[in-house]
Design a protein around this ligand. Sequence first.
Ligand code: ADP
Ligand code: ASP
Ligand code: MG
Length: 814
Amino acid sequence: MKVLKFGGTSVGSAKNINNVINILENYSKNDSIICTVSAVGGITDKLLLAGKQAQNKDIEYINTCHLIKDIHFEIIDELNSNNGKSIIEQVAIELNALKSLLDGIYLINELSPKTSDKLVSFGELLSSFIIAETMKHRGMPVVCKNSQELIITNSNFTKAEVNYNITNKNIQDYFSSASQKITIIPGFISKSHLGEQTTLGRGGSDFTAAIVAAALKVQQLEIWTDVSGMFTTNPKLVKQAYPIEKISYQEAMELSHFGAKVLYPPTVQPVLSLNIPIHIKNTLEPDAVGTIISNDDTNNTSPVKGISNISNIALLTLQGSGMIGIPGFSKRLFETLSQEKINVILITQASSEHSICLGIDENDAELAKTAIDATFENEIALNKIDPIIVEKDLSIIALVGDNMKNHQGISGKMFSSLGKNNINIRAIAQGASEKNISAVILQSDVKKALNTLHEQFFESKTKQLNVFITGVGNVGEKLVEQIKQQRKYLKENLKINLRVAGLSNSRNMIFNEEGIDLSNWKEQLATGEKATLESFFEGTKSLNLRNSIFVDVTANKDVAGLYAQYLRQSIGVVACNKIACSSDYENYKLLKRLSLKYNVPFLFETNVGAGLPIIDTLGNLIASGDKITSIHAVLSGSLNFVFNNFNDTTKFYDVVKQAAKEGYTEPDPRIDLSGVDVARKILILARESGMDMNLEDISNTPFLSDAGLESDSVDDFYQTLIDDEAHYQKLYASAKAKGCQLKYVAQLNNGKASVSLQEIPSDHPFYNLKGKDNIVMFYTQRYPEQPMIIKGAGAGAEVTASGLFADIIRVGND
Ligand code: ADP
Ligand code: ASP
Ligand code: MG
């Protein structure tokens, strides 16, 4: 004999019921079958809604009742190809009784727990009848047995306790003489000793099946549902969750107790001592392996088996300096809650006994507060303890595993990965048996927390990075293309799952929690939402994804002004925009501090030398204890391009224009040619070397003509280049006469920085610098005579994009 249970979705449509019937037909070839069924999916909720509406004198209950009727009639019609008249007639009688009950509730304005149980019982009574009758019509050997005649409980309505002595006897007696191959029984519903209709608690059909399986000591209990087993975590919230093949009773119980709805927590209890395995299967995918819950979990080596969560939690905190001296304090607290029938889900108490925290269902919060404050009225009046503090909108997340006790550092990993992702932990509880470590967090952080922990404990090999890019011009576009091209490589070789979750330009923005499809990102962006800097920030923040990185590929001051906001949300910042790091020193310092405080990166390698690893190298030198004595560098790809191409056969204006056209200058070429851009770069290197310096502290000897320096607009400026050709030719001629090359050089010496155009002799390392190349020479305590030199292309969209990319990957390798 086998006991099977089919849940709400499994019997939620004619198509799914046909699946169920096929499964039963197959099984019944070799065995007799007892099949427990839930109400049609969603019906229990609708019955309760109709009840609430009637109670509140809301006439809408009639429509809800109609809807319930329509759902059932449609299923009957579809299952019986419109030949279900006799079933419809019988169901109509039941539905009339339901309508009368609702009318009664409406009239007396009251829905007691007792009436509520009577009301919801219709759901399972109807579904079991319809399925059994349909099977009969198809000639199958089936009867429907009302479980209310078998399962006897106390009168604790909505969650009644079973009297196993009577119930077991009823079940054994009935089935010892039953001869039919298939028995359908409604789940969830029962009766009290007094004959009142009771229920076993929401989700209780699983429990019904377990009670029957245990009473008959069958070989196996099968729970058929809408997912392929018990998953590592809730598959609706974590895409990467996967079914657990084998799990112990204790682990399954803990997971379900902490919110894994796939199994109603009391279900394990009747079958546990009899060692009856529970097999969780998927009605929609009958061939999937599913999960076996049993004691035979000998291969159980993984410390964490699953992660679950319970929503709608309120945290009660009772505290006060006088608590230590109050005798029987905890006893009184828990007695108060027990008298009010309030279930305590989590308890934590500091060893100082100054405070105690309780996690309870949010719906019970007001009742709990009133009752506890009343119990401790005197102590509160005497200021020995404070009135209880209630916090809402919380959730509990729990790591579960029998083997956690044998592994060190699990809770450390759990809390540090939550902390890294800015998930604030309000309370922690860990049972002495160490089968469970739970934490109370904000409800709004649940999805992020589950994904973070799942990645940490079940996908530890891959790290997901979510980037949000603003500015998709020349460099940004290249960056997106590089990401698109490298995604597969990164996943396979570096175990980094890099996803672009947000993109914006100055007009539009798009987001996708699952990662934007990069094959047509331009089209998507063109039709995206209207963007502002603030709305892009809000969008990024509200997705609340772990390992989020904001990538600034603009040269915009306002974008740079938002970094602090991003960092405060634990969103890392990667920027090629130089403004933040070269603006006010206090601001630069603040961003560095925020990055440390929120444990997220603030990286800007491309601020100096595009893709060359200059800042990273400098950081490594300093971190390893070296000291910078001086830096000599050519840091402007654009100026290098200009002076490498300018001579007595070319015109200064033409060369600058060409540099601009090829994208080697800032949109405003004065920023490059006035030396400001280079000054910003040496400033950043000085700051990264540990110096407190501002842009005004850098001596800048200009080489532009006076008119060039004073020009009001870009166009005016270009005109001065034409007008002052002779001035520039003079600079060239002077260098040529000495056998020198013109290079724009930045220097940092003895804490002083300068930028200027210099005539470089042929024996100097700068002499042969080609094209748009940059060069940096670090003289340090470890490199006193022969400097450490970094040289290579220091401008251009492709290399700048690759520098940004390298910063993003740096985050992944952390
Ligand atoms: P049924 O109606 O078949 O009893 P339930 O809705 O009660 O089904 O339970 C199945 C649902 O439990 C799944 O659809 C899933 O959303 C949810 N669930 C939560 N946590 C887990 C988990 N760890 N593994 C599987 N399902 C889970
Ligand atoms: N129909 C009931 C509920 O929705 C019982 C169950 O589905 O297990 O809670
Ligand atoms: Mg269920």
